[in-house]
Design a protein around this ligand. Structure first.
Ligand code: NAD
Ligand code: ZN
Length: 378
């Protein structure tokens, strides 16, 4: 089969690799129709992780079931399915509690498993023609009859729509409150959409890319360009003293106000722009520090966080992977009933062969490249 594989920093390529196959009786095999490039893929693409050469990337996957293992009894051949990026077992303590992003079985000794990802288990990704899905009865979200018609909406259930939703939940958002969202990438835009659906009174989105800020505006947010003036001050003025809630949808690859890489920029700004006792939801990725890394600011996950301001303001913070499955059914119904149209942020639909070029443009945050969807069959 054809697949997109990691070759080294800023180097991905389409290769012919052995077909994915059923390995365990609880697996199904999916023919991928639709698979996205995510900001999370860029951690590997930019060479910040230990991902091995030859790994097939892709954790935002949708397709058609073409074969089922002997122990699969819910999912059927022909079902159109979307796959949460987390791979859960369904029976461990965390999965039973809905915390499928932290399954204790599928990536033992670490925190959670995913398709096509460094440090998240041995599973291949879905930027390929075929994908093996473990514990398939648990991990497949079966789609209704409008699966083809609403393909571009449903595929966003694999990650960014639930992740944006999760960010607002982590922040403790209640109807009638206002919220500030750092990052107008796909995840931040989905947090803005989610906050609107949940009845936020005001949504403010911070970024510096005009194309992305325009999309945030289209989703009903007030936008703040952090390259123009003191954005924290602007937020404090707009919210009369600080937003009720704040979301971090950038991660450790964030820039400072001059556009230079500065991993602690968003966390300290988030604390500063949320009111005393407000809540912070952090879904942007910060990878664990390498024990061998030098002390001080490190790409490896250690940042200069102003604990004093956070403590003094009495805020709370919740973090981590989205437990996609926990939200998936409800968000599927919002799409099915026409109450949510997350596909509005998709900028490109391309064949798999065009993926290497798409990675380059998305990584450069090239104007207009907000969210790329790949169709391996084309
Ligand atoms: P992205 O890189 O396309 O978007 C990030 C945006 O943040 C960019 O538009 C960038 O201009 C902006 N930004 C950078 N520095 C900023 C700053 N100081 N202030 C405001 N905005 C700033 O990526 P994405 O796909 O939207 O993903 C965002 C983050 O979410 C990544 O770290 C990704 O790995 C993570 N993520 C987490 C989960 C989860 O389950 N927790 C799931 C998916 C993605
Ligand atoms: Zn993703």
């Amino acid at each position: 089969m054809k697949a997109l594989v990691y070759n080294g920093p800023k180097d991905v390529a389409i290769k012919t690799v052995p077909d994915a196959v059923i390995e365990k009786p609880t697996d199904v095999l999916v023919r991928i129709t639709t698979t996205n490039i995510c900001g999370s893929d860029l951690h590997m693409y930019e060479g910040r992780t230990s991902v091995e050469k030859g790994k097939i990337l892709g954790h935002e996957n949708m397709g058609e079931v073409i074969e089922v293992g002997d122990a699969v009894d819910r999912v059927k051949v022909g079902d159109r399915v979307v796959l949460p990026f987390n791979i859960g077992c369904g029976f461990c303590r965390n999965c039973e509690a809905g915390l499928t992003g932290f399954c204790l079985t599928t990536n033992p000794g670490s925190a959670g498993a995913a398709y096509g990802f460094a440090e998240m288990g041995p599973y291949s990704g879905g930027q390929a023609e075929l994908l093996r899905v473990p514990y398939a009865d648990f991990n497949c979200l079966v789609l209704p009859e409008d699966a083809s018609e609403k393909e571009l909406d449903y595929v966003l259930l694999s990650d960014i729509f639930p992740t944006g939703w999760h960010a607002t939940v982590l922040s403790g958002l209640q109807p009638g409150e206002n919220i500030v969202i750092y990052g107008a990438g796909p995840v931040g835009l989905m947090a803005a959409l989610s906050a609107r659906i949940q009845g936020a009174a005001g949504v403010i989105v911070v970024d510096r890319h005009p194309d992305r800020l325009k999309l945030a505006q289209k989703l009903g947010a007030t936008v703040v360009d952090d390259s123009k003036g003191d954005h924290v001050q602007q937020i404090l003025e707009l919210t009369k003293g600080g937003a009720d809630r704040g979301c971090e949808c950038v991660g450790y690859q964030c820039h400072d106000h001059h556009g230079h890489e500065r991993p602690n920029a968003t966390m300290n700004d988030l604390v500063a722009s949320v009111r005393p006792t407000g809540g912070l939801g952090v879904v942007g990725v910060f990878v664990p520090q390498d024990p061998g890394a030098e002390d001080g600011l490190a790409k490896e996950g250690k940042i200069a966080f102003d604990m004093g301001s956070f403590w003094f303001k009495g805020q709370f913070m919740r973090t981590g992977q989205a437990n996609v499955k926990h939200y998936n059914r409800r968000l599927r119904e919002l799409i099915h009933k026409g109450r949510a149209k997350p596909s509005e942020i998709i900028s490109h639909e391309l064949g798999l062969d065009e993926a290497p070029n798409a990675y380059r443009n998305f990584d450069d945050r090239k104007d207009g490249w907000t969210k790329v969807v790949l169709h391996p069959g084309q």
